[in-house]
Design a protein. Structure first.
Ligand code: PEP
Length: 253
């Protein structure tokens, strides 16, 4: 049986303030009442409260793009899990490749953030994926397994609560989508790896694909047995595109 799909939009450093409010309003109208798919949007921090207000009464959940592992402290410029919860956030993206590549995130910091999210009841969307050089060197599975093993036991402590997002770095924002076969190969390898933490963890954990997902390629990806949703960057900035991807997700109770 298909797991309930998750379609999550990562707005990155776009759509703050009034533009974020406008996008949220359009999303609520276009796909705000779907009961069969988990729909999540992750605006920039400054837009969270305003977008939370717009999403009230809809079925779209609010996500954040990062968090600090501590609950509070002298960490200038950082935001904690309790602060996110207070702003209406229910999901948090952790270890996105842009954070790993541009902001020095490591496998260890990703694990600490996953732990903090779980402790406070935020659903982590934990990202991993290989670079083009790693794929061309035949190291894809070695790399994603290393990234995965750093947080897997922590994620497995609450089976089905958090999700994994496989995002080949070479496919993010480039228009180069992984083929259905390339994506499913990694997703099924990750499913097998999840089974090291028990059959329930393997069965219940949703694994999203991310990397140039668009309305015209979403259905074929989401149809794969081990692809349980999508993490969407560029196409999530347009309500019609994002909601067409949501509509392509198989329905589940
Ligand atoms: C992302 O940033 O997570 C992403 C998948 O971006 P895009 O859809 O634009 O490739």
């Amino acid at each position: 049986m298909k797991r309930r799909a998750v379609i999550a939009g990562n707005w990155k450093m776009y759509k703050g303030g009034a533009l974020g409010v406008e996008l949220a309003q359009k999303l609520v109208v276009a796909c705000g009442d779907l009961a069969t798919v988990d729909v999540v949007v992750a605006p920039p921090f400054t837009a969270l409260a305003a977008v939370a207000h717009e999403l009230q009464g809809s079925r779209i959940d609010l996500g954040a793009q990062n968090l600090h592992p501590a609950a509070e402290g002298a960490f200038t410029g950082e935001v904690s899990a309790p602060m996110l919860l207070e702003s209406g956030v229910r999901w948090v993206i952790i270890g996105h490749s842009e954070r790993r590549q541009l902001f020095g995130e490591t496998d260890d910091s990703v694990r600490d953030k996953v732990r903090a999210a779980l402790e406070h009841g935020l659903r982590p969307i934990v990202c991993l994926g290989e670079t083009l050089a790693e794929r061309e060197a035949g190291r894809t599975l070695e790399v994603v397994h290393r990234q995965f093993d750093a947080f897997a036991a922590t994620l497995a402590s609450k089976p089905g609560f958090g999700v994994v997002a496989y995002e080949p770095v070479w496919a993010i924002g480039t228009g180069k989508v992984a083929s259905v076969e390339q994506a499913e190969e990694v997703h099924s390898a990750l499913r097998a790896r999840l089974a090291n933490h028990g059959p329930e963890v393997a069965e219940r954990t949703r694994i999203l694909y991310g990397g140039s997902v668009k309305p015209d390629n979403a259905a074929a990806l989401l149809d794969q047995p081990n692809i349980d949703g999508a993490l969407v960057g560029g196409a999530s900035l347009d309500a019609e595109s994002f909601c067409r991807i949501v509509a392509a997700a198989p329905s589940a109770a």
